[in-house]
Design a protein around this ligand. Sequence first.
Ligand code: CAA
Ligand code: FAD
Length: 379
Amino acid sequence: MNIELTEEHLAVRDAARDFAQNVLKPGVIDRDEQQRFPAEEIKQLGELGFMGMMVDPKYGGGGMDTISYVLAMEEISKVDASCSVVMSVNNSLYCWGIEKYGTEEQKQKYLVPAAKGEAIGAFCLSEPEAGSDATSQRTTAIDKGDYYLLNGTKNWITNGGSASYYIVIAQTDVEKGHKGINAFIVEKGMEGFVVGAKENKMGIRASDTHTLLFNDVKVPKENRIGEDGFGFKFAMSVLSGGRIGIASQALGIASGAMELAIAYSKEREAFGKPIHQHQAIAFKLADMATDVEASRLLCLRAAWLKDQKINFDKESAMAKVFASKTAMWVTTEAVQVHGGYGFVKEYHVERLMRDAKITQIYEGTTEVQKIVISRSILK
Ligand code: CAA
Ligand code: FAD
């Protein structure tokens, strides 16, 4: 594996870091508290090429590799994990799915605006009764000749209210199990498509997570992605790449909290010396640095394999398990290093601790990742 960072990689990382520190940081506490979607900030991320980073420039994307994506996701997530989940879903679930498996017409109509950051995409797999057990889809899409008639409910959908376009997974033939599942592109505004309630969340509060309702929505046949029956494999394949994005989000949450803890430990004095001179604090920082570095290497390895077009299903799952566990304990310990100040909003670490938890749940829980890893090593 060669993950030597190039000049281009470092430039992408620096641009993301500047944007996070200068544009995202000033309003992040307020957006979290008010649950305000970062519309203006996402628009600017689009102008910088961060909403369709890996998309071919001929479809309006940045033409960058997955390593660049990991570096950018880490920097944005250090400061604003709400922004980074919007970015991650758009890049790796929506854009990548359509670019890899869509038709030329679908790419021109639905990929180009999202890759340019002019429209936002969403990915709708989860349902009230189908989360980890993703094959038990109850949303149906019945073939009516020129169109499919879509009925059902999706929940927990990131970008649910702010997206213009939605990849929706639905059952077209119950008898065929997962081989009777298809993926469709649905437009906001199609008759019968209703954006339902917005969730009031523990973390990533500025991202908008909604229930979506489909009541006799007529989806044109040409909006199906791939061959008939390809929808479940499509979802699994797309999620494998998406998990690199969420692992990088967890990495950024952890490294952001660690950086804050290091800086604070140099400022704060107790018993006549900076607190980092107490070995209990110094060792905590050493453990944080070790696990953050291990998380980064796992993310970069999965990204490198993806860029080499080598199967990375196991590696993206490993990166997500490890980085999300690291995010949980590093953020908790970063609050501890800050003492009482860590418990209030203005020091940022309490938000990072709340944001960390979701990385163990979405795009496949930690337990689901272990299913993927164990099946791979045992087969
Ligand atoms: N690529 C292509 N095909 C794949 C695949 C992959 N990575 N993984 C599995 N498949 C194929 C299998 O080969 C199999 O096909 P065949 O029968 O033809 O061999 C088919 O898919 C079914 O696979 P499994 O038998 O492994 O399916 P399963 O029912 O045992 O489920 C699972 C496996 C890993 C638990 C899967 O259901 C899963 O990943 N669940 C979690 C769902 C999830 O991650 N949801 C996230 C929603 S999006 C989100 O959360 C976004 C966000 O928050 C921001
Ligand atoms: P369940 O599947 O009911 O799991 C409950 C518990 O049981 C978990 O601990 C799980 O790990 C465990 N479990 C289940 N099966 C097994 C098993 N076989 N072995 C061991 N343990 C098991 N989904 C989308 O489609 N698109 C999105 O954009 C999206 N965004 C989200 C944003 C947020 C903020 C949240 C909270 C969720 C989002 N999701 C999205 C949904 C997310 O992917 C699911 O919540 C997740 O996959 C888990 O499904 P579930 O909540 O139904 O939990």
